[in-house]
Design a binder for this molecule. Structure first.
Ligand SMILES: [Zn+2]
Ligand SMILES: [Zn+2]
Length: 224
């Protein structure tokens, strides 16, 4: 009975922390005897977007933590993985895509007053705070390193057509533009402009056969 109420009060304490920061783990129950370890599996919902400009774990996404917490002489050693969905924008064709990122963690959180805590700077080794460890900065750093600065929708994304800007994947590999010799550019303009002049208003009145034969050569050029 007493054990039950004890665990109930502990879980109440844990419940009070969790909604604030899902990445915060209460490690009091682990104790400080070196070698003691505990598995932690948890799915949390991100309060913020985590990642880079073109690819990130979105806000409100579910991240799976699969961790082992181990008491060591200087603190708590956290090893394991975090996995979450990624939303990104292809740096070549600008299409959005989804993916998944998995990061591996190995991080020491130093006990207050440990030698490590006293001989290192805050930004060198993470610290425990009130029997909790905050994994958020660890995950943010690791995800930032794991995601590509220039993500691609597919590894061989062909990007955009340099001539017209259309997404190459959507028009197929045969998509091409006739590259005109600049010396003929003037003629090409002439061919585009002339059909308007060459098609008489009275064309409708001319019999079909005669109309076909009277069709100016420049018209056929344009249709190609
Ligand atoms: Zn792409
Ligand atoms: Zn094109």
């Amino acid at each position: 009975m007493s054990a039950r109420s004890d665990s109930a009060s502990r879980s109440r304490t844990a419940a009070r922390r969790e909604p604030d920061a899902a990445f915060v783990l209460d490690v009091r129950s682990l104790g400080r005897r070196a070698g003691t370890q505990r598995e932690v599996r948890r799915t949390l919902t991100t309060a913020d977007r985590i990642g880079l400009d073109l690819a990130a774990i979105p806000q409100g996404a579910e991240v799976d933590l699969d961790l082992r917490l181990q008491a060591v002489s200087e603190g708590v050693l956290v090893t394991g993985s975090a996995t979450g969905p990624v939303e990104g924008e292809c740096s070549r064709c600008l299409e959005s895509f989804t993916d998944e990122v998995e990061i591996q963690l190995t991080e020491l959180f130093a006990y207050p007053d440990s030698v490590t805590e006293q001989t290192t700077e805050d930004d060198e080794v993470y610290r425990m705070l009130d029997d909790t460890i905050d994994l958020e900065p660890v995950v943010v750093d690791a995800v930032g390193l794991a995601l590509p600065l220039q993500p691609l929708c597919t590894p061989d994304c062909a990007g955009l057509c340099p001539e017209c800007g259309v997404r190459t994947a959507s028009v197929g590999p045969d998509h091409a533009h006739e590259i005109l010799d600049p010396r003929w550019a003037g003629l090409a303009n002439f061919a585009t402009e002339s059909p308007g002049n060459g098609t008489p208003e009275s064309g409708a009145a001319v019999p079909d056969s005669e109309n076909r034969s009277a069709e100016p050569a420049s018209n056929r050029t344009k249709e190609k």
